[in-house]
Design a protein around this ligand. Structure first.
Ligand SMILES: C[S@@+](CC[C@H](N)C(=O)[O-])C[C@H]1O[C@@H](n2cnc3c(N)ncnc32)[C@H](O)[C@@H]1O
Length: 363
């Protein structure tokens, strides 16, 4: 029987379509990106120029067929991943009733999840469908599931090792003496960044805050299924967590800051300082270090194509100066190796500019 648009998409067809998207994204990552860089280097050398701004890079390669394919694929593979007949969103919507039943807060242990239906969601957050996720990650109850499935291929090169990135952050926190009594993970999403802390620091109280209720519901569901007892999730803005002043030993975030406009980032840093005990450490993992104009051209293009408009102002923020001004010391801003060999100069493949930002609350 021929499938029509009314026929539900079966698991195999969905998996095949998603695997096509991932395979093409890997080609984009490993083949197209290095070819683009080589083309840029060749053109710059031929013209005897060293571009210093993204606009100058655009002047050299912005109109080439290679760049246009590169940009088109980045935009449309992501769209195909989430939307259309084989997209993650419609596929999960087929099972809406069952998924929503799993997320019912009444089925969770007391105290694990605290939602705030009156929370004012910031406009910067609701105004765009971030990551091209239809409706964003906040407007639909099943958005947590959709985001969880989508996140498996956010960094295509590490593939299923993506989780590894979060474990590496736990190690980095620990290496910097952040074995905490109480840890706050800002922008915890569906708990992917929070769970590894709860797993590693079993005697700590780990608190994840986020503004997106659908993600928090899934985070709490997963924590309940995994019998986690040292973890809880609160629907709060990173700028206003409601936690007591000087009550937290360590504040973390993963992939939060680049999603916020500079004012909101400043407010989150202020809140981190307020809740941290004197001497407490804050560690953020985000995209920040852009070594040259070509890297900025690519990253700012990604920002437009993936609906993440605040990447450029964040990358241009003098983060060390801001942290110092806000009362932090022992400030470290350093490239972060998200998977083995990622920072090796021989690695020519596309990657996010992962950066670790660590600072201590001055007394
Ligand atoms: C890219 S996700 C990262 C999620 C998670 N940390 C991880 O590593 O998978 C960014 C998260 O930040 C959240 N977020 C954005 N603005 C926020 C704010 N002002 N306060 C708290 N969370 C926020 C979003 O809802 C989203 O879940």
């Amino acid at each position: 029987m021929a499938a029509d648009s009314e026929t539900p998409v079966d698991g195999r067809s969905f998996a095949a379509a998603q695997s096509f998207v991932l395979g093409t994204k890997l080609f984009w990552t490993r083949e197209m990106f290095p070819a683009l860089r080589a083309d840029f280097d060749r053109k710059a050398e031929a013209k005897g120029v060293s571009p210093e701004t993204p606009e100058e890079v655009a002047g050299l390669i912005g109109d080439t067929t290679l760049y246009r394919y590169f940009a088109w694929l980045e935009r449309h593979l992501q769209r195909f991943k989430y939307s259309g007949r084989y997209g993650i969103h419609p596929y999960h919507a087929q099972d809406r009733a069952a998924l929503e039943a799993r997320l019912d807060p009444a089925t969770l242990p007391d105290g694990l999840l605290e939602l705030d239906p009156d929370l004012d969601l910031p406009k910067y957050f609701t105004r765009v469908d971030i990551h091209q996720h239809p409706g964003g990650i906040w407007s639909d109850d099943i958005a947590g599931y959709v985001y969880e499935r989508g996140a498996r291929t956010t960094t295509p090169l590490s593939g299923m090792k993506h989780r590894d990135l979060h474990d590496r952050l736990v190690e980095a926190v620990e290496e910097r003496g952040g074995a905490p009594g109480r840890l706050l993970d800002m922008g915890c999403g569906f708990g992917k960044s929070t769970e590894p802390f709860a797993e590693r620091f079993r005697d700590s109280e780990v608190i994840g805050v986020d503004i997106a209720a659908p993600c928090l519901k899934l985070a709490a569901r997963n924590a309940a299924d995994g019998q986690r007892r040292n973890l809880r999730y609160l629907q709060r803005d990173a700028a206003k967590t409601g936690l007591e002043a000087e009550s937290v030993d360590c504040v973390t975030s993963t992939m939060l800051l680049h999603e916020m406009p500079p004012k909101a980032i400043g407010a989150a840093f202020d809140e981190a300082r307020r809740v941290l005990k004197p001497g407490g450490r804050m560690v953020h993992l985000d995209f920040w270090t852009l070594p040259d104009a070509f890297a900025r051209f690519i990253h700012y293009g990604h920002s437009r194509r993936n609906n993440e408009p605040y990447m450029p102002p964040w990358a241009e923020m003098d983060v060390a100066a801001v942290l110092e001004e806000k009362g932090f010391t022992d400030i470290e801003v350093t490239p972060f190796e998200e998977s083995d060999g990622a920072l090796d100069p021989a690695n020519r493949a596309w990657r996010f500019p992962w950066t670790l930002i660590s600072a201590v609350r001055a007394g």
